[in-house]
Design a protein around this ligand. Structure first.
Ligand code: COA
Length: 144
C-alpha cells in the first residue's frame, strides 16, 4: 500500500493538509526534485491518502555524517488514526537505514504533531519557532 511516488503526486495531499488556502506554488518544497530525495505515498483502492518526503539535508544541530530531513508528512483528515502516518514514517526509516546504518533523521515538527513523533522515539531540540503563514514548529530528531 506504500510506494515511492513523484513529487507531483504529493501535491494534492500537501495542499489539502499542509497548505490549505495557500497558493499552489507553496506545495513545492525545496529539495523535492533532488536525485537523493524520495517521496512515499500511501494508497488504498488506488486513492492516495497520505504522503511523506525524505530529503538528504544536514542540520548544524547535529554531527552525524549522513542526515536526512523528513518533509511534508500528511494524512488526509478523514483517514487519520488508522496508522497511515506510522506506516509512512516506519517505511521511510527502513529505507534510510538501508542507505546508512548510522543515519540521522530530523525535521521541523508542527507543535501539534510532537506527540506523534515522540511515540517513535524522536526528541525535540532547541526552541520552538514560527514558519510564516504556517504555524509553530520545533526541530525533532532520531538516530535511526
Ligand atoms: C500527524 C499525522 C501525520 C499522523 O498521522 P495518522 O495517520 O493520523 O497517525 P497514526 O494513525 O499513524 O498514529 C499513530 C499513533 O500516533 C498517535 N498520534 C497520531 N497523531 C498524533 C498527534 N498529533 N499527537 C499525539 N499522538 C498522535 C496515534 O494516536 C497513534 O497512537 P496509538 O498507536 O497509540 O494509537 C496526521 O495527523 C496529519 O497529517 N496531521 C496534519 C499534518 C501534520 O501535522 N503533519 C505533520 C507535520 S510535521
Amino acid at each position: 500500500m506504500i510506494r515511492k511516488i513523484s513529487a507531483e503526486e504529493t501535491y494534492p495531499v500537501r495542499q489539502q493538509v499542509l497548505r490549505p488556502g495557500r497558493p499552489a506554488r507553496e506545495v513545492f518544497f525545496e529539495g523535492d526534485l533532488e536525485p537523493d530525495t524520495f517521496h512515499l505515498g500511501y494508497f488504498d483502492a488506488g486513492k492516495i491518502l497520505g504522503v511523506a518526503t525524505y530529503v538528504s539535508r544536514k542540520n548544524n544541530f547535529f554531527e552525524a555524517a549522513v542526515q536526512y530531513q523528513l518533509r511534508g508528512m500528511a494524512v488526509l483528515p478523514n483517514h487519520r488514526g488508522k496508522n497511515i502516518g506510522e506506516e509512512l514514517l516506519l517505511k521511510g526509516e527502513k529505507l534510510l537505514k538501508s542507505k546508512d546504518p548510522e543515519i540521522l533523521l530530523w525535521f521541523n515538527a508542527r507543535e501539534v504533531a510532537i506527540g506523534f513523533y515522540k511515540k517513535y522515539g524522536y526528541q525535540a531540540i532547541g526552541n520552538p519557532f514560527m514558519i510564516p503563514n504556517v504555524c509553530m514548529h520545533i526541530v525533532m530528531h532520531k538516530k535511526l
